[in-house]
Structure formats: structure tokens, C-alpha cells
Ligand binder design. Structure first.
Ligand SMILES: C[S@@+](CC[C@H](N)C(=O)[O-])C[C@H]1O[C@@H](n2cnc3c(N)ncnc32)[C@H](O)[C@@H]1O
Length: 218
């Protein structure tokens, strides 16, 4: 990760949060209504199963579990070993199609077969160099594949990062038009859908949340 000290503090922050993370309604998807809403959203955003997916910053594996349940083949990773432990336990029954491991989403993509889609929810705001990382994700996707990003802007840019030190580039979240502008030179087409349904978040929102699907040229 770029900026070694800050990367370490980011990992420590999420390690410390891992056990309690799912107590937030939209983290743990604590109701059947919420799980159905996320399942429907992801089903429509992704190619038909079984697709080869990489999920970045999987956290406790909440989205990973839905992707697997839809029938996809998922390689999920997270910077935080404590998050990875929770995600592994949550997805254990899908061991035939899910791999969860510790990894930095900013790291250079390892040479390997291209995947159908890269998926991430609520990750880009905490990356030190999000534009560079997005280009790497595009390079991992096969021609005609896509990035499926669930993001939002939930805070204003604070003078300090949430882990101390200077604020991250997209601290507090990122508006859809800024994320789209960063991706546009590298993809063929971008679709943005506002996500304001209470069924997704378990509460009425006062901030911007959205799904951005970036289609790579065929
Ligand atoms: C807000 S949580 C989102 C977790 C999950 N995607 C979800 O939607 O529930 C952000 C996650 O990103 C992870 N993370 C932060 N920086 C990362 C990086 N550079 N590479 C991989 N994961 C990272 C954190 O450990 C944390 O699990």
C-alpha cells in the first residue's frame, strides 16, 4: 500500500472493528428484507452465474456470501486479517466456490486469468490512491467485463484521516460523478443507480449512496 504508516493504521482500525462490524444493519444485513434487497440488486448488476468474481475489501463477507449464494465463483480479500477470519466463517458453507484471503486491494494485480467482474462495497473512500487502484481493477477484468462498485458520500472531508494523519483522497466518501469521471477514460460505459431504499440500508438515508457499474470495452 502507498504510505506505509497510514496503511498499517488502516489495517489496525479494521482489525479492531471486525467483531462488532456486523451489528450495523447494513453491514450485517440483519433482516430477510435487507438480504433480499441486496440479492436482487447484485443479481441485476452482475453477469449471469456462474461468473468469476473478485471482491475487494470484503470485510466480514456479507456481500461475499450473497455473491456465492447467487452461484458465482468468488475470490474475496481484505486488508484486515480479523475481517478475513469473520468472512471465512460466514462463507464456510460455500467453500466449493469461495476463497477468502488477506490482501491489499491497492496492490499490483498478479498475472492471471482475467475475471468477469471486480466487486467492491464501501472501499474506495479508504484507499490512499484510489484512481491508480481503479485502473488496476480495470486491468483485471476481461474484455466485456465490469466493475461493480457500491459507494457513497456520507461525510464531509475532515481535516484529518479517520486513522490520523492527512485526510485520504476520498475521505468521507465520493460522489458518483467524481468516481465516474475517474473511471471514464478506462471503460466503455458507466451506469449509476441511486440506492436510497430503506430495504437496502435499514433506515432512511440523509446522504448519497449509489451503485456504479463500469463496463469494460469488449
Ligand atoms: C467499510 S468496510 C466495507 C466492508 C465490506 N465491503 C462491506 O461492504 O461490508 C471497508 C473494508 O475495507 C478494508 N480495507 C481497507 N483498505 C483496504 C485495502 N487497501 N485493501 C483491502 N481491503 C481494505 C477494511 O479492512 C474493511 O474491511
Amino acid at each position: 500500500m502507498d504510505g506505509q504508516g497510514q496503511g498499517e493504521r488502516i489495517r489496525e482500525f479494521w482489525d479492531a472493528y471486525a467483531q462488532d462490524y456486523d451489528s450495523e444493519p447494513d453491514h450485517g444485513l440483519i433482516s430477510g428484507t435487507m438480504r433480499r434487497a441486496w440479492r436482487e440488486l447484485l443479481s441485476e448488476a452482475l453477469p449471469p452465474p456462474p461468473a468469476e468474481l473478485v471482491e475487494m475489501g470484503c470485510g466480514t463477507g456479507t456481500i461475499t456470501e450473497i455473491l456465492a449464494d447467487l452461484g458465482h465463483l468468488v475470490t474475496a480479500s481484505d486488508l484486515s486479517p480479523a475481517m478475513v477470519r469473520v468472512a471465512k466463517a460466514k462463507t464456510a458453507r460455500f467453500a466449493d466456490r469461495v476463497t477468502v484471503r488477506t490482501g491489499d486491494a491497492s496492490a499490483r494485480a498478479k498475472p492471471g486469468p482475467a475475471v468477469d467482474a471486480v466487486v467492491a462495497r464501501h472501499l474506495v473512500w479508504t484507499l490512499p490512491n484510489p484512481e491508480k487502484t481503479l485502473r488496476r481493477w480495470v486491468s483485471m477484468v476481461r474484455p466485456g467485463g465490469r466493475l461493480v462498485l457500491i459507494e457513497g458520500q456520507w461525510g464531509s472531508r475532515a481535516p484529518q484521516s479517520y486513522v490520523g494523519g492527512p485526510p485520504l483522497r476520498w475521505e468521507g466518501g465520493i460522489r458518483a460523478e467524481v468516481l465516474a469521471a475517474a473511471l471514464r477514460p478506462h471503460v466503455a460505459r458507466i451506469e449509476v443507480t441511486d440506492l436510497d431504499s430503506v430495504d437496502l440500508w435499514g433506515r432512511t438515508l440523509s446522504d448519497q449512496r449509489y451503485l456504479l457499474v463500469a463496463h469494460v470495452a469488449s
